[in-house]
Design a protein around this ligand. Structure first.
Ligand SMILES: [Zn+2]
Length: 404
């Protein structure tokens, strides 16, 4: 048994503990609370530090790590996607070395679990040999809709052949409503339901997506035509993204949507009622030219809110603490405690790791980090959402993956 003692402990699912202790055995939390032990050889006193669960980056694309620095910010998302496609053609995509160094960067910045999207499952073997836990979503891009059976079968075959385990789990994702047809979406929804576990999609990201779903025209239609993927038989939904997802059978508590920048209050509330999770990626939203996420509306809507960095093709790094600092810049009103819950327990539950990660509670994995708190800081939760660098993060889990 090891006791980690510090001036603050943030269990996340319970109020902060002043001068508390976390007891760990065989990689699991045994107890958390006040009344610190003293004099035990197995007590590590971290002093003026805060212990919290490792963070959960609920939306990233490790597969795109080789594109770091190669896709510049753009004034609109279709323009950003065009440069992404160009960069992808010229780079060796899903480069294992780039994925490995991205995993190291994620972990060293205090993240213990990722929701990772890939057009291949190339990240799975790299994750399997790392201490980072993951839900890897095999993403389908499916226009034209005549390819539905083919792309869904291919994704399912890959998932069944994946070398997954309890720490690296797999699932299905559809890229977005403007890049996957209705038939493929329906099929993916059904397959995902039979597999169990969460399913992911990019939703309500750009204004161009709203235009495409409402009227079947705009920059996404133009791009599909230009690359020979437009489907003339595609029926224009004539509705918003959330109603559309409901129509194709995707709305459920297993749904994890990324972005939601363009969603109305009603649409956010509908996601909330369904028990779905919204993952906000504010730095990526700025980079891809879709605008800032309406953070206060997100919180007011009651939808379960998680946080992600998105990929290195639209974010400068994979440090989730930097994403929290961006959220704090967007609103001084949202309590730091709510932002920290978004970056931990909400992401863990959305990715199917509820009770295991994202909180410090008896039975949860001892996936713990500590951050020193400067003397002048009185509000540790506020301090943590102000930006924390990898050099300030210490891992405390000697029995849970790699220590140090
Ligand atoms: Zn994404």
């Amino acid at each position: 048994m090891i006791h980690y003692q510090a001036d603050w402990i943030l269990p996340i699912t319970a109020p902060p503990v002043l001068r508390g202790v976390v007891t760990v055995q065989a990689g699991r939390v045994v107890a958390v609370g006040a009344s610190p032990m003293t004099g035990s050889a197995t007590t590590h006193d971290l002093g003026r530090s805060v212990i919290l669960p490792s963070l959960v980056n609920a939306h990233t694309h490790l597969e795109l790590s080789a594109l770091s620095g190669r896709v510049p910010p753009a004034p609109s998302m279709p323009e950003w996607v065009v440069s992404l496609m160009r960069a992808r053609d010229s780079a060796s995509s899903s480069d294992p070395a780039a994925i490995r160094s991205a995993i190291e960067a994620v972990r060293s910045s205090g993240t213990g679990l990722v929701g990772d999207i890939g057009n291949t499952l190339a990240a799975v073997p790299e994750l399997r040999t790392s201490p980072l836990r993951a839900r890897v979503f095999r993403e389908v891009v499916g226009f034209p809709d005549t390819l539905a059976d083919e792309v869904v079968t291919a994704a399912l075959d890959e998932i069944r052949g994946a070398d997954a385990n309890a720490d690296v789990r797999v699932g299905l994702a559809a890229h977005a409503p403007y890049s996957v047809g209705a038939r493929a979406l329906r099929a993916l929804g059904q397959v995902s339901q039979s597999l169990g576990g969460p399913r992911a999609i990019h939703l309500g990201e750009s204004p161009d997506e709203i235009e495409f779903l409402a009227g079947g025209h705009g920059p996404w239609r133009d791009l599909l035509e230009r690359i020979g993927r437009w489907d003339p038989a595609w029926a224009v939904p004539g509705i918003g993204p959330v109603a559309y997802l409901e129509q194709v059978g995707w709305l459920s508590s297993e749904l994890v949507v990324a972005h939601g920048v363009q969603l109305s209050d009603d649409e956010l509330a509908r996601l909330g009622e369904a028990g779905a999770t919204l993952v906000t990626c504010p730095r990526s939203n700025r980079w891809t030219g879709v605008g800032d996420p309406p953070l206060e509306r997100f919180v007011r809507s009651g939808v379960r809110l998680a946080v992600g960095t998105d990929s290195l093709a639209s974010a400068p790094d994979l440090n989730l603490f930097a994403e929290l600092a961006r959220l704090r810049e967007l609103s001084s009103e949202v309590p730091a405690r709510a932002l920290l819950a978004a970056a931990t327990v909400h992401g863990a539950r959305a990715l199917g790791f509820g009770g295991e990660l994202g909180e410090i509670a008896p039975g949860s994995h001892a996936s713990l980090i500590a951050v020193p708190v400067p003397d002048e800081s009185l509000d540790v939760e506020e301090y943590l959402v102000g930006g924390v660098g990898p050099d300030q993060v210490t891992w405390l889990d000697p029995d849970d993956g790699a220590a140090g």
